[in-house]
Design a protein around this ligand. Structure first.
Ligand SMILES: Cc1ncc(C[n+]2csc(CCOP(=O)(O)OP(=O)(O)O)c2C)c(N)n1
Length: 282
């Protein structure tokens, strides 16, 4: 007699972040050992903790590996042009001030081509959270030198080592007017998540720098091993110094990385100042 085998069809397992991430877009594009996924985890966990309605949240990214984040979060989101996420985010915030606006993008996108938008949004204190994923290189386009590449580090466009001094991003943010400034590596997932929670609860321009391995380009050309080796490096070479003067936060090639919360202050936001000005004219 012929045997009939019945296979029970199992419903696909629900992921714990199903309500926060667009699972239909998985698998994501990031390379093994890349840290951007950890930033997304920290951001999604923070969103869950602050209990802001996803309908009231908007994520904006530029172009680059990090720029892909906007496609994976289950909020309204914009994957904008290279260097312009802060300009788009400013428009979103002014168009609908009730929205919580977060920009998640790369160091090249935000600080090189988008550097002007960064300093002016901080100066105006536009109410938004900017998470800058610093991997020290232009990753998506093949490892060109970035405005964060440490002195002496190799990149495809600096085959003899980078001769340009890199930006100290927390110092740039503070001097431009940011009200909240912190830096964590992706190894510090809990602290990074807590910083995002704090910044989401804050009014004004907040900057969180997330130091993240690029195991494909930065590590390979500089012979730093794989993603795990970079995480071990963070483990052994980071120092937490809350309230450190941001002038002291330069990052050299494979030197100590100082993490912590450096700035937490109040200033009127752009919309506050604008509304006040309008009220006074009426
Ligand atoms: C106007 C414009 N110039 C250049 C590019 C090419 N480009 C795409 S991504 C990128 C660099 C991305 O680097 P970064 O922002 O550091 O992000 P990562 O890929 O490292 O996450 C560049 C130069 C582009 N898409 N548009």
């Amino acid at each position: 007699m012929e045997k009939t085998i019945t296979v029970e069809k199992k419903a696909p397992e629900k992921h714990s972040m199903d309500n926060l991430l667009r699972m239909d877009r998985m698998p994501h594009i990031w390379c093994p050992g890349c840290g951007i996924g950890l930033v997304v985890t920290a951001f999604a966990t923070a969103l869950d903790k602050v209990k802001i309605s996803l309908d009231k949240t908007c994520v904006v990214s530029g172009i680059g590996c990090t720029g892909r984040v906007a496609g994976y979060v289950k909020t309204d989101s914009f994957h904008t042009t290279h260097g312009r996420p802060i300009a788009f985010a400013t428009g979103v915030k002014l168009g609908n001030p009730d929205l919580k606006v977060a920009v998640i993008s790369g160091d090249g996108d935000l600080i090189a081509i988008g550097g002007n938008h960064f300093i002016h949004a901080a100066r105006r204190n536009v109410d938004m959270l900017v998470i800058c994923v610093t991997n020290f290189i232009y990753a998506m386009t093949g490892g060109q030198v970035a405005p964060t590449t440490p002195l002496g580090a190799y990149a495809t466009t600096s085959p003899f080592g980078c001769v340009e001094p890199p930006f100290n991003i927390p110092y740039l943010a503070e001097s431009s007017g940011a009200v909240y400034v912190a830096r964590w590596t992706v190894l510090h997932l809990r602290q990074l998540t807590n910083a995002i929670v704090e910044a989401l609860n804050k009014k004004g321009f907040s900057l969180i720098e997330a130091i993240s391995p690029c195991a494909m380009y930065y590590s390979r050309i500089n012979k730093l091993g794989d993603g795990l080796d970079m995480m071990k490096f963070y483990h052994d070479n980071t120092e937490i110094r809350h309230n450190e003067d941001t002038k002291n936060l330069d990052i050299g090639f494979q030197t100590k990385i100082i993490c912590g919360k450096f700035v937490d202050r109040e200033r009127p936001t752009y919309t506050d100042s604008y509304n006040k000005w309008l009220d006074e004219r009426e």
